[in-house]
Design a protein around this ligand. Sequence first.
Ligand SMILES: Cc1cc2nc3c(=O)[nH]c(=O)nc-3n(C[C@H](O)[C@H](O)[C@H](O)COP(=O)(O)O)c2cc1C
Length: 168
Amino acid sequence: MIEPDVFKRGMRRLAAGVSLVTTVHDSVFHGLLATAVNSVSADPPTVLVCVNRASSAHAPIAGSGIFCVNFLGLDNDEVAQRFSSPIEREKRFQAGDWRDLGTGSPALFGALASLDCRVTQMVEVSSHTVFFGEVLSLELWTERSSPLVYVDGSYLPKSTFAASGNVV
Ligand SMILES: Cc1cc2nc3c(=O)[nH]c(=O)nc-3n(C[C@H](O)[C@H](O)[C@H](O)COP(=O)(O)O)c2cc1C
């Protein structure tokens, strides 16, 4: 088996779209930034998110049985910072336009897309829980689809997309 550090060095080379995973539990919003998000199946529409059990949103997601995945765009970089640092935890939902797509989990107006989910399965894998969620509703907030991409320890700059001819 390889050492965790070697694994991390390798995984840094995997470019990933960045999402906010949010929930509401006992009328309080919680959330975290996550790249461990993926599509599982289209029928029924299912996604998965891998959440560290030490993160503050873990117990609320498990307790409420609902979450919303918000795919972030290039313009959402400040939100990304707020949701990936414990220092900003109390201020996370102060800025931003949060909408309810049905479950009550906060969906970020202005993200590339928001997927409102109910938890169908939870699988514990070492430090993380993999939450599988059936997508109950989906909102495309924008025509544009320039994603916020994380690779090798930082976010790709906007110029990456401008150079490729994509809409920014
Ligand atoms: C680019 C990036 C991707 C991340 N992806 C995940 C992830 O997929 N799952 C996870 O549990 N934490 C992930 N994190 C870490 C959490 O966002 C971070 O620990 C956050 O502060 C957790 O919320 P808390 O401080 O309220 O516990 C990621 C952080 C960054 C910067």
